[in-house]
Design a protein around this ligand. Structure first.
Ligand code: SF4
Length: 740
């Protein structure tokens, strides 16, 4: 490594990590050497889910993490943390951490190389592909797991510096639907709620959401509700949340859009609409009401499996305008073939009843990853950095001015979405792929196809904490990245709260922060000067503030990272003017639309609707069961690349794949509890242990998404508006396997 590069790394990433010694086990609970006594404490936001809990990390005399505990003073989690939060430090010490760049050799083996060789190879190979096949032939798949400053820098370096046209991220798999639904209905991707609304509602309805295990701290906030709320769950499966609710409407899978239109019709019939709110604050209601009238009780009950009495009861429960009604959704809605219209049908219910902008109300999307919200604003994928429009010349000039770059370096069109990038690989248009902190070989829908596509890539780079993810194992080059806790930056949580992440541990070997890697790639590519202003995550936060100025999410009133920690996080919007007039941002619970003014040009929300469409793959004679997927336990996170590294978390979740099967189906198929069964679809097969339970309906099975063979079965259907994959429902067959 050259002295120049060493100096450069010192400048942007603190002490050279290669001078430090990797000490596996330093950071796990119960592994605290006597020499590591906590002497101080800092607060930072958890790096798993979008709840955004604050954790107090206790530091030794070298300012390195010893252990942690939940932050009792933080307005999000109020001293609570789920198992993943408690174990957040443990995955840093895993033995499969990527500690040095690795390059695939001619004989197929991977060998450690210097950063200099790795970065030179990265640039040489991708430039050669672009020269031979065009600029469009290299693409990026990124993540909702890195800090906002890194996301923004990646988007800027990749698109404006390297000329990469197509960049998308794994937030396409979880939050694209919500992004599009809010943007179309409200004029901006603006979740309206604050977590206090969990405690302020009289009626809470959860559509396709299982917060008991997927967002357990949010569920605790529901349990804190002193108003004795009615809790309603709409889900085909009797989930943990459904069991804890007062009502469970177990509709047929993917019949939620029809149900929501039917409820709208019922509200009209009951004269439960808020005509004043509709007249003053919305557009398109008359056409929507005509559409909703087509959804008679009999039509809705046939489609959903509910009885007319259940539908009537449901409508009655959400129609009392003296009550505060909040509607919540997450992946059960977002991961569907008509998901955007389904999310908007939920929004329509809130709009037509005027249940928005007040405590305990709202059409509220619960986000997935810790920084999916940061990705939605600064991912630079389908929206230009900061929520702007690639196709708008003024927007390009504005962003270019803030970034001090030439406007001509900004593409005039948005990226292909994730699935179109995958199509591009299949059709030979994408020949080079750079994957950052995600594992598409595990998590992308219809996984078998992804495995075949690897052969079509001339060069695959994986930038990750671990060498063992499915995608890293087939990479040509691995760039070792620091993880959560090993770098600084900002996350934005589900309720729009910005919170700071701190560096409390040293990354192993010569792994670097993603921020430092992006800066180095720009340097080696020959465009480093374009990003001189991005000196550190702290400096880059000031750039993001400028990008936010005048936008619905403006946060120019946030001073810096330290301000976020001191204030207990700050929800957007928080402008300089707000900061000058209110000295207590930390104690405010800010919800949007209290004034009924939305972000559309007319400042009115829109009713948007469509005709429901049948599920793309229905059960038939050959594949008679419908497979549902979802989260398994609160101890598991997505592909398990981090949670599987904790012995504590492994004890809290099954370590091998299981399938939930209704006892009636089990009897018919001659399957007993604990049998090994084969589950197969038109696309692949997997083996699982049978778990007999009536939580799944007859004719349906459930598999947890955390196991890497589940996506061998899933059907590649996409919502046409958000391009989000429909993971939740496909046709499968099941039989007792020959072996147990
Ligand atoms: Fe972390 Fe989410 Fe658990 Fe809170 S609920 S501790 S943010 S994983």
């Amino acid at each position: 490594m050259t002295t120049a590069v060493q100096n450069f790394l010192r400048a942007i990433d603190g002490p050279m990590t290669s001078e430090l010694v990797l000490r596996p086990g330093d950071f796990g609970l119960g592994q605290i050497p006597a020499r590591l006594k906590p002497v101080s404490t800092t607060s930072m936001i958890c790096g798993f889910c979008s709840t955004g809990c604050s954790l107090k990390v206790h530091l030794d005399k070298n300012s390195e993490a010893v252990n942690l505990s939940p932050d009792a003073d933080y307005p999000v989690n109020l001293g609570m943390a789920c198992p993943k939060g408690w174990e957040a430090l443990t995955p840093l010490a895993a033995t499969d951490r990527a500690t040095a760049p690795m390059l695939r050799q001619a004989d197929g083996s991977m060998e450690s190389v210097s950063w200099d060789q790795a970065l030179s190879t990265f640039c040489d190979r991708f430039k050669a592909i672009q020269t031979q096949h065009g600029k469009d032939s290299v693409a990026v798949l990124s993540t909702g797991q890195i800090v906002t400053e890194e996301m923004a820098l990646l988007g800027a370096v990749a698109k404006f510096g390297l000329g990469i046209k197509h960049l998308d991220s794994n937030t396409r798999q979880c939050m694209a639907t919500t992004h599009v639904a809010y943007k179309e209905s409200f004029g901006f991707d603006a979740p309206p709620f604050t977590y206090a609304d969990f405690e302020e509602s009289d009626v809470l309805v959860f559509f396709g959401a299982n917060p008991c295990i997927a967002h357990p701290i949010m569920w605790q906030r529901v349990m804190n509700n002193k108003r004795k709320p009615l809790i309603i769950v709409v889900d085909p499966r009797r989930t943990e949340t459904a069991m804890a609710a007062h009502r469970h409407y177990a509709i047929k899978p993917k019949s939620d859009l029809t149900l929501l239109y039917g409820l709208a019709n019922q509200l009209i019939n009951r004269e439960a609409v808020d005509q004043t709110f509709i007249d003053n604050h919305t557009d398109g209601y008359e056409a929507f009401a005509r559409h909703a009238r087509e959804f008679s009780s009999s039509r809705v009950c046939t489609a959903t499996g509910l009885t007319p009495e259940q539908l009537d009861q449901f409508a009655a429960e959400i129609s009392d305008r003296t009550k505060r009604v909040s509607l919540w959704w997450t992946m059960g809605v977002n991961q569907g073939h008509e998901s955007t219209r389904t999310a908007q049908a939920i929004i329509n219910l809130s709009l037509m009843t005027g249940q928005i902008g007040r405590p305990g109300t709202g059409a509220n999307s619960i986000t997935g990853q810790c920084n999916a919200m940061g990705s939605r604003l600064f991912g630079n994928a389908t929206s230009l950095l900061g929520g702007y429009d690639f196709g708008n010349e003024e927007h390009r000039a504005h962003v270019a001015k803030i970034l001090a770059i030439e406007p001509s370096t900004i593409p005039t069109e948005k990226s292909w979405a994730y699935d179109l990038i995958i199509d591009g690989i299949e059709h030979g248009k994408i020949r080079g792929l750079w994957v950052i902190a995600t594992d598409p070989a595990h998590s992308w829908i219809n996984q078998g196809r992804f495995a075949q596509l690897r052969e079509k890539l001339d060069f695959l780079v994986v930038q990750d904490m671990y060498t063992t993810t499915n995608t890293a194992q087939v990479a040509d080059l691995i760039l070792p990245a620091a993880g959560w806790g090993e770098k600084a930056g900002v996350f934005i949580n589900s309720e729009r709260r910005l919170g700071a992440v701190r560096k409390v541990a040293r990354s192993p070997g010569i792994a670097l922060s993603d921020f430092a890697i992006f800066k180095l790639i720009a340097e080696y590519w020959g465009v480093g000067e374009m990003f001189d202003r991005w000196e550190s995550p702290e400096d880059s936060f000031q750039i993001l503030k400028e990008l936010s100025r005048g936008q619905p999410y403006e946060f120019t009133g946030v001073r810096d990272h330290t301000h976020l920690t001191e204030a207990g996080g700050i929800q957007w919007p928080w402008t300089e003017t707000d900061a000058a007039t209110d000295a207590r941002p930390d104690t405010q619970e800010r919800r949007l639309f209290a004034d009924g003014r939305f972000f559309t040009p007319r400042r009115r929300a829109k009713f948007i609707f469509d005709e429901p469409r049948p599920m793309p793959e229905l059960p038939d004679q050959d594949f008679p069961l419908l497979m549902l997927t979802g989260r398994g336990t609160s101890a598991q996170w997505h592909t398990g690349s981090r949670t599987s590294k904790s012995g504590v978390l492994r004890k809290l979740a099954p370590t091998t794949l299981y399938v939930e099967l209704n006892p009636a189906d089990a009897t018919r198929l001659k399957v007993r509890a604990g049998d090994k069964v084969r589950v197969w679809s038109r696309r692949g097969e997997t083996f699982a242990t049978a778990m007999l339970t009536s939580t799944v309906q007859i004719g349906q099975i459930f598999l947890p998404m955390h196991f890497d063979t589940v996506n061998q079965l899933t059907f590649p259907a996409y919502d046409p508006h958000s391009r989000q994959p429909s993971y939740k429902a496909c046709a499968v067959a099941l039989e007792r396997a020959a072996r147990r």
